[in-house]
Write a protein that binds this ligand. Structure first.
Ligand code: NDP
Length: 518
């Protein structure tokens, strides 16, 4: 641990380049203090039960909805339009709290298992929280992938330490303030501000980790969690394909492609990153999409009014360089620029015009690497088979979209190598809290959402007890298994094993082994 205090973190509004605040880099020492406090608060939080924790989360939700500062803070530090801040992030958090309380009742419910072999026993499955869960979030969704990712661990009975991205920490700090304002125990939900080293320190101390971010950092976090043998859910990058087959409703497909490519200036993990369209309908689809992209309105988001722009600024200036590299590479390899193509020099912030390319080819960086910015490219394919091969030709597998007649879309979806697929619509699958949200391949490990998204933050304890009334039978079995070993006992066990399991007799019994008693 270094004795030198780290320099403060300057939080800059990306749409105006104004300094919003300076927050401390609390570093390893800050993480240690927060984890200790959270650990001390854990037993009382667990003792509240799902009902008590649910009440605390509902009070937090009310305080969030009454707060006049949260949405402006989110808009200011992210540069996203107010409609996305409020209409997506806040709405999602409210819905996730609703669902998670219900899901926790199911996820944490104790069960009894009746063993077939040792029928004198029964086993009680008890779900207990892990302890302190560390949540590490990215900069693109300060509520959705930071504060909201704390809900599953909290409702499961864990206390949480959240380390938001250094780029957008203010929304998380506000969420922690609102947690306290709601009258909830402060050490149950703590936010530590800091740079990457603070995140690493959290992985070193927490009892479980929920990480959202890049593949590069995700690998480091998962490796460290593996060394420590603690559970880790990793939600990482995407290169989501958007496939338009000839049977698609082209108007709707073009509208959906425009929205899903340019939402939050393209800085969304499940956004459309590349588009494949079947040759037969490509002219019409490209024409419709071009019209829509050219009509997009970009400007400085107004955090205090409902005046609408479709796109705000980028949040993280580094993304400008990635967009420019992918654009230059695509143009050099023969893609055609239809609209956009440059930074906005008329605005003080971090803006790049919404940019559409046609005539893309699979070897271009824009079709292979995560762009995460307001640039999307369309490639023509000869048929559904080629579309499928190219859509799967990636090391990532987070989300995918297919537009086609319903049966064809479903058949196509089943063959995609992607943790999530949506047919004839876009993005909303990311907000469906009932269904697991997680990537295949290098897009991640595990999933958020669903009952699984709560149970992931528990450990199961199997407590085996004697069934009443069977004590005598049990004593007999215990005698058979215990020392001193006796060849006659082995002969009985051997005979019984062959009688039961040879020729499938055991499968012919009325109740299969391990199934619940009627
Ligand atoms: P990063 O991986 O750079 O950072 C994510 C978080 O990890 C930040 O809080 C960062 O802190 C922290 N961090 C950095 N180094 C370490 C370390 N060694 N150990 C622990 N934590 C560390 O990702 P970005 O913030 O750039 O986010 C963009 C990426 O996130 C994109 O690839 C996007 O696809 C992905 N993403 C995935 C989502 C999903 O659900 N699958 C959703 C949203 C985004 P600091 O910022 O202070 O360096």
């Amino acid at each position: 641990m270094s004795d030198l205090p780290a320099s403060p973190i300057r939080v800059v509004a990306p749409a105006t380049s104004e300094l919003l605040a300076e927050v401390p880099d609390e570093g390893e020492a800050g993480v240690e203090l927060a984890v200790e406090a959270a650990r001390a608060a854990a037993p009382a939080w667990e003792a509240l039960g799902v009902a008590g924790r649910g009440e605390a989360l509902k009070k937090w939700r009310d305080t969030i909805l009454d707060d006049p500062e949260l949405v402006p803070t989110l808009v200011a530090e992210s540069g996203k339009p107010r409609q996305e801040a409020e209409g997506i992030e806040v709405l999602y958090l409210c819905e996730l709290i609703r669902f998670s309380i219900r899901a926790a009742r199911k996820a944490l419910r104790e069960e009894t298992r009746h063993p077939f072999l040792f029928m004198t026993k029964k086993t009680r499955l008890v779900r207990r929280p892990l302890g302190v869960v560390g949540v590490i979030g990215p900069w693109n969704f300060p509520i959705l992938n930071n504060g909201a990712d704390c809900v599953g661990p909290l409702v499961a009975g864990n206390t949480v330490v959240l380390k938001p991205s250094e780029v957008t920490p203010l929304t998380s700090l506000r969420l922690a303030e609102l947690w306290r304002k709601a009258g909830n125990p402060p050490d149950v939900f703590r936010v530590v501000t800091g740079r990457g080293a603070a995140g690493a320190a959290l992985v070193d101390r927490a009892d479980g980790v929920m990480f959202t971010g890049s593949v590069t950092t995700g690998r480091k976090v998962a490796a460290r969690a593996g060394e420590r043998l603690i559970p880790c859910v990793a939600e990482l990058g995407g290169k989501s394909p958007f496939v338009v087959l000839a049977s698609a409703d082209l108007e709707r497909a073009a509208e959906a492609a425009a929205w899903s490519s340019f939402i939050h200036s393209g800085q969304v993990c499940i956004r459309t990153e590349r588009i494949y369209v079947e040759e037969r309908v490509a002219d019409r689809f490209e024409e419709l999409l071009s019209e829509r992209v050219k009509a997009l309105r970009q400007g400085v988001p107004d955090a205090r009014s409902d005046r609408a722009h479709d796109l705000g600024s980028l949040t993280f200036p580094h993304q400008l360089e990635v967009v420019e590299q992918h654009l230059a590479d695509a143009l050099a390899k023969g893609a055609r620029l239809v609209s956009g193509g440059k930074r906005r020099t008329d605005l003080a912030g971090c803006f790049f015009e919404p940019t559409l390319l046609l005539g893309a080819r699979q070897e271009m960086a824009v079709m292979r690497e995560e762009t995460f910015g307001p640039l999307v490219a369309v490639m023509r394919v000869k048929d559904a088979g080629e579309a499928l091969r190219l859509a799967n030709d990636t090391h990532l597998g987070l989300n995918a979209t297919v537009f086609a007649a319903a049966d064809e879309a479903m058949a196509f979806a089943r063959q995609l190598e992607s943790g999530m697929v949506i047919t004839n619509d876009v993005l909303v699958n990311g907000m469906l809290v009932e269904a697991p949200f997680g990537g295949w391949k290098a897009s991640g490990l595990g999933a958020r959402h669903g009952v699984e998204g709560v149970r992931a933050w528990t450990r199961t304890q199997a407590i085996t007890v004697r069934r009443p009334l069977l004590a005598r039978v049990e004593r007999l079995i215990a005698k058979l298994l215990a020392f001193p070993y006796d060849p006659r006992v082995l002969a009985v066990l051997r005979r019984a094993t062959r009688l039961l399991y040879r020729r499938g007799l055991v499968e012919k019994l009325r109740r299969p082994p391990g199934s619940p008693r009627p």
